[in-house]
Design a protein around this ligand. Structure first.
Ligand SMILES: NC(=O)c1ccc[n+]([C@@H]2O[C@H](COP(=O)([O-])OP(=O)(O)OC[C@H]3O[C@@H](n4cnc5c(N)ncnc54)[C@H](OP(=O)(O)O)[C@@H]3O)[C@@H](O)[C@H]2O)c1
Length: 340
């Protein structure tokens, strides 16, 4: 018993975490394949205490495989996800390609697990953007209690959200600041990221917002409730792993900060660390490697009738990508495929 699982993009930040998390959570695996581009063929990646040798995605036959966890970016996904889906292998995709397709469910298992049944239209399930995933885990239980009208969010997003090249650029540029002979100009990011912050993630939209900001709006509506209004400012910061968000929420009904804290303490996937003292909150370096979305600094916003502020931190490679994808695989397994 168990599933035949493919990890596509196994040499990348998210793919490697997928392999770690499948092993950590003892996902019932009968067989596993690790795929990447041809140039990485033969590269070794870890899966628990085993080592897998990476195969070429281009020549892989998905027939007979149960699920493929894709983490390769939209261009490669566009070519290979339909091939996998047509071969009967359910695709769980981390790119943004299918997130807004009405025939593809966009799933955060703590929030909208029932929507997963819509997978059968295309044999594809989408994983949300990293910033959306952690935010909706916190919004959903509060929305169920007091109906959210509007969310104003500012993000502080780590460089690992931009893939392997993002991590390398922060590392190399930080070193080059101390050794200016070895100048490392901005390449992956649009300005210097070391010792700086950049209010620009993904491309600009016509209205002046960025695509990353638009994604948070569209995805929150699709996952939680289309009635919720969201406005976002997304900022890249020189942190390796872990996204942070300052979230302001306006509700229909009054919600006291103490009750909100209790609701969040009980909510799946959330860990509340909220002491009003030095260090009594979570910062991104502390969330790395964890499954939880951490909530701190819960407080009333006295400038509106029914408002709260909070601070939300999570490991973007885990809840923001790999963990959420594995949770989707677990949900699909338990509810539909039943081979575990
Ligand atoms: N990082 C995050 O926080 C995050 C969060 C949510 C979603 N995502 C999404 O997850 C996906 C992967 O992100 P990442 O951060 O893991 O990127 P990454 O570290 O740059 O890794 C990219 C992976 O994709 C493979 N790949 C790229 N083009 C390919 C092709 N044509 N054929 C086969 N394999 C190919 C690479 O293989 P090689 O090593 O052989 O090049 C590598 O394994 C992206 O769609 C991203 O938007 C990322």
């Amino acid at each position: 018993m168990g599933y035949r699982i493919v990890v596509v993009g196994a040499t990348g930040n998210v793919g490697r975490e997928m392999l770690n998390i499948l092993a950590e959570r003892q996902f019932p695996v009968a067989e596993i394949a690790a795929l990447a581009s041809r140039k990485s063929m033969g590269t070794e990646v870890s899966f628990g205490d085993k080592t897998l040798t990476t195969k070429d995605l281009d020549t892989f036959d998905f027939t007979g495989w149960d699920m493929a966890l894709f983490a390769v970016g939209s261009e490669a996904t566009k070519v290979y996800a339909p091939k996998a889906a047509a071969a009967g292998c359910v695709v769980i995709d981390n790119s943004s390609l299918y997130r807004y397709d009405p025939d593809v469910p966009l799933i955060v298992p703590e929030v909208n697990p029932d929507a997963i049944m819509g997978y059968s239209k295309k044999n594809i399930i989408a994983n949300p953007n990293c910033s959306t995933a952690q935010m909706v885990v916190a919004l959903k239980p509060l929305h169920d209690r007091a109906r959210i009208k509007r969310v104003v969010v500012s993000t502080y997003q780590s460089v690992s959200g931009a893939g392997k090249e993002g991590i390398d650029e922060l590392w190399d540029q930080t070193k080059s600041i101390y050794n200016p002979v070895d100048d490392k100009p901005a390449k992956k990011f649009t300005k210097q990221i070391a010792f700086n912050v950049i209010p620009h993630i993904d491309v600009f939209m016509e209205d002046g917002s960025t695509k990353e900001e638009w994604k948070m709006v569209a995805e929150t509506k699709k996952i939680v409730d289309p009635a919720i209004k969201v406005t976002a400012t997304c900022v890249r910061v020189p942190v390796f792993v872990g996204h942070s968000e300052a979230v302001n929420i306006e509700f229909e009904d009054h919600l006291d900060e103490d009750e909100a804290r209790e609701i969040l303490r009980e909510a799946p996937g959330i860990m509340v660390i909220d002491k009003r003292e030095d260090g009594g909150y979570v910062s991104p370096v502390e969330c790395v490697g964890d499954y939880a979305t951490f909530i701190s600094r819960i407080r009333q916003d006295s400038t509106i009738d029914n408002g709260l502020n909070l601070w939300c931190v999570s490991d973007n490679l885990r809840k923001g990508a790999a963990l959420n994808a594995v949770q989707i695989a677990e949900t699909l397994g338990t509810r539909v495929l039943k081979k575990g």
